[in-house]
Design a protein around this ligand. Structure first.
Ligand code: SF4
Length: 312
């Protein structure tokens, strides 16, 4: 990593933020910022609330919070760890704030969800296993390591998949979050074929281009995938959703032919009647997410905790 990362330290009252996200009652972000620096990061809007002028990916504030007393109070609540940061960014190895949270919550019966692009989460397998029905999700939107390297600074796709395999072997539920799907670049079917034997859920989410990163992504496509520019212009300048409708149909056909349950916009933890991963399509979630974003950002500001919302 060539760029210097500015590390800060912040004291917050709590690391738990009440969430309006459809999948969780609380979000848990032990850091502000994320050094994986994904070019398409939806969480970069956070900078508006935390007073960071530096580019996203070049700063990280390490959170220290008051001890969580009586973690059993949260029994039955769903907590998503890493909604606007990656709780297993490389700096977690040094600061261990995610591990501290998991230690504090030991003995509780929370529904734990961890989303990451890292295999550092393997370090905490011992703690994660103690929760009643944990779920760990890895974002994988390509099998092409070069494209991955162009998009983020997280560990290789190969390492993410190896970690997924290990967790699955240990009896922990796993998700492959195919997100964001880049039109004509992300090969959804190749990814499914690669991970289907050690994965419980496959969540699909389309690339949304909003905010500051739209220009950067469009420039990238123009430079590296010039032949795709007409398609990207249709989708992202003219709001044409034909590509997603076709992909939806193709996934439905693939699922029917191969015995997968395929659902659209359903809750993420459906029981699985097939013995194969359930494929859940969230292509049409952007409206839900945007309203959640506004509400949760406001809540975060009120709590003096930085606005917090869902990321990829
Ligand atoms: S998309 Fe996720 S992993 Fe990537 S920079 Fe944003 S918060 Fe970090």
């Amino acid at each position: 990593m060539s760029e210097q990362i500015r590390i800060g330290k912040v004291k917050v009252k709590t690391v738990l933020t009440k969430s309006n996200l459809p999948i969780a009652g609380y979000s848990v972000n032990p850091y502000i910022g994320c050094t994986h620096a994904c070019k398409y990061c939806y969480a970069c809007f956070m900078k508006r609330f935390t007073g960071h002028a530096e580019p996203w990916g070049t700063f990280l504030d390490v959170k220290y919070w008051d001890a969580i007393r009586n973690p059993q109070k949260y029994d039955g609540q769903t907590m998503i760890v890493g909604s606007v940061t990656d709780a297993y960014n490389p700096q977690e190895e040094q600061f261990c704030r995610t591990r501290a949270f998991l230690e504090e919550m030991q003995g509780s019966k929370i529904n734990l969800i961890i989303t990451t692009k890292s295999d550092l989460v393997l370090r905490d397998l011992d703690l994660i296993k103690n929760f009643p029905s944990p779920l760990v999700s890895w974002s994988v939107n390509t099998l092409d390591e070069k494209f991955k390297d162009d998009m983020d600074r997280a560990v290789s796709v190969g390492r993410r998949i190896a970690a997924m395999k290990k967790f699955h072997k240990e009896g922990i539920r796993t998700t492959c979050f195919i997100s964001p799907i880049f039109p004509q670049i992300t090969n959804v079917f190749a990814i499914i074929e690669k991970i289907k034997d050690f994965c419980d859920y496959i969540w699909l989410e389309n690339l949304n281009l909003r905010g500051n990163f739209k220009a950067e992504i469009m420039d990238y496509i123009a430079n590296k995938y010039a032949d795709l520019m007409p398609l990207y212009r249709e989708i992202y300048n003219k709001n044409d959703d034909t590509y997603w409708k076709i992909l939806d149909r193709e996934v439905a056909e693939y699922a029917a032919e191969n015995g997968f349950l395929y659902v659209v916009d359903k809750e993420p933890f459906l029981r699985n009647p097939t013995g194969k991963p359930i494929i859940i399509n969230y292509f049409y979630h952007s409206k839900i997410k945007q309203s959640a974003k506004k509400k949760e950002a406001l809540q975060g500001v009120k709590a003096g905790n930085g606005g917090e919302e869902e990321k990829t």
